[in-house]
Design a protein around this ligand. Structure first.
Ligand SMILES: Nc1ncnc2c1ncn2[C@@H]1O[C@H](COP(=O)(O)OP(=O)(O)OP(=O)(O)O)[C@@H](O)[C@H]1O
Length: 380
């Protein structure tokens, strides 16, 4: 049985159409991240699943039970949905100790004192903070407060945990640490997690599936690997590539030659399969900086490039290179001392290249990534 099924969800907030027909199925035990730029509707969707926001159209089914329906004007109380929500702002009670903050959800369920104590301490241990039980939130760091907020959310053993940008107030080091903690927690508890973030790296690191949003519409739902390697549209590719290093983007055109069709780009010509109805259309080729390998020695099949500059950032460097009028960025390990103007030889990882229809932004497939051998001469 699926943990959550969203069917054609439409939500208006203050007469603004925020969610526009969301269809999404989340399986039991999944860690699904809702990813998208600020304002695209991620939080609104999470609040709609939790029951804090009413929907206008569509249905939500949680663990086989319908909890909201636009057509029936049905809206189940948030407390009855079996979900627990952790907010970006922690929302801890400042006048209560950590123990009491975590115990709150159990006390209103009228459990015995012994059981409450045992469950609260187990939950604090899961978050590795049992020693903080008697402290007040004001005496804790941001990272510790976040752990308390998560301990409070898991103490009631919810089937589903909803997390709204829970790491955004933490510094970079703590964020990395908490990502690992959340991943561990997910595998230990087996709880279904729905996580909201606008951080691509965070989404790729933790999730079993990522749902990418733009302006209230879902554009791609995929495993992190598939999303990273094969973004379905140019918009998704550019959003995924914008987190740390700029995506290389090279324009080309599709041309027929006899029975074959080629995508001609300044970097070479790629033979296309299954796109014979495609001639003379504009194409955008994308390649990540890490998928360009730079060699110091000339070898067959490599493209000569000139170093523009080197941007070191500790363990790795970005090398900006020129090939004729085309400017590219390569990302390599280490801190090489390449002078501007130095000649290097670039190799493109062909299996990592994606091609998109320039007009519609849709990814072209299948494309056979076979560069014409004559390309170096052709494009000089
Ligand atoms: N209470 C509200 N009143 C008016 N507009 C709202 C309200 N809540 C959200 N919105 C609007 O709905 C849209 C989606 O907001 P939402 O918070 O869901 O986006 P988000 O993707 O989570 O963004 P962020 O990453 O910045 O939190 C935004 O344009 C926002 O301005």
């Amino acid at each position: 049985m699926s943990a959550i099924q969203l069917k054609q969800i439409h939500v208006n907030v203050q007469n603004k159409h925020i969610l526009k027909g969301i269809d999404l199925t989340i399986e039991e035990g999944d860690f699904v991240t809702l990813l998208g730029p600020s304002g695209c509707g991620k939080t609104t969707l999470l609040r709609t699943i939790a029951g804090l926001q009413k929907l206008n159209e569509g249905t939500i089914v949680i663990a086989g039970k319908e909890v909201a329906s636009g057509s029936m004007s049905f809206h189940m109380d948030p407390a009855k949905r079996g979900v627990s929500l952790v907010f970006q702002s922690y929302a801890l009670w400042p006048h209560m100790t950590v123990f009491d903050n975590v115990a709150f959800g159990l006390q209103i369920r009228k459990l015995s004192k012994t059981e409450i104590r045992q469950r609260v301490m187990a939950s604090l241990e899961k978050m590795r903070i049992p020693e903080l039980a008697e402290r007040y939130p004001g005496e804790l760091s941001g990272g510790q407060q976040q752990r308390v907020a998560i301990a409070r959310a898991i103490v009631t053993s919810p089937e589903i945990l909803l997390l709204d940008e829970p790491l955004s107030n933490l510094d970079a080091k703590l964020r990395t640490e908490m990502r690992a903690e959340l991943k561990r927690l997910h595998s230990e508890l087996g709880t279904t997690i729905v996580y909201v973030t606008h951080d691509q790296h965070e989404a790729i690191t933790m999730s079993t599936k990522v749902a990418v949003f733009f302006w209230g519409e879902l554009v791609q739902v995929d495993t992190p690997r598939e999303l990273y390697r094969h973004p379905k549209t140019l918009q998704v590719a550019e959003f995924m590539g914008s987190s740390d290093h700029k995506l290389n983007r090279v324009e080309g055109i599709c041309r027929s030659s006899g029975n074959e069709c080629y995508i001609c780009t300044p970097l070479g010509d790629f033979r296309v399969a299954g796109e014979d109805g495609y001639p003379d259309r504009g194409v955008v080729m994308t390649l990540k900086p890490e998928d360009i390998v730079l060699h110091e020695k000339r070898m067959d099949g490599l493209i000569p490039v000139k170093v523009k500059d080197v941007l070191p950032s500790g363990a790795e460097s970005l090398i900006r290179i020129d090939y004729g009028d085309v400017q590219l960025t390569a990302r390599i390990l280490g801190d090489p001392e390449f002078e501007p103007g130095r000649l290097l030889f670039a190799e493109f990882r062909e299996d990592r290249i994606n091609m998109y229809d320039k007009q519609t932004g849709r990814r072209l497939e299948p494309v056979i990534f076979h560069i014409k051998p004559a390309m170096e001469e052709l494009h000089r």
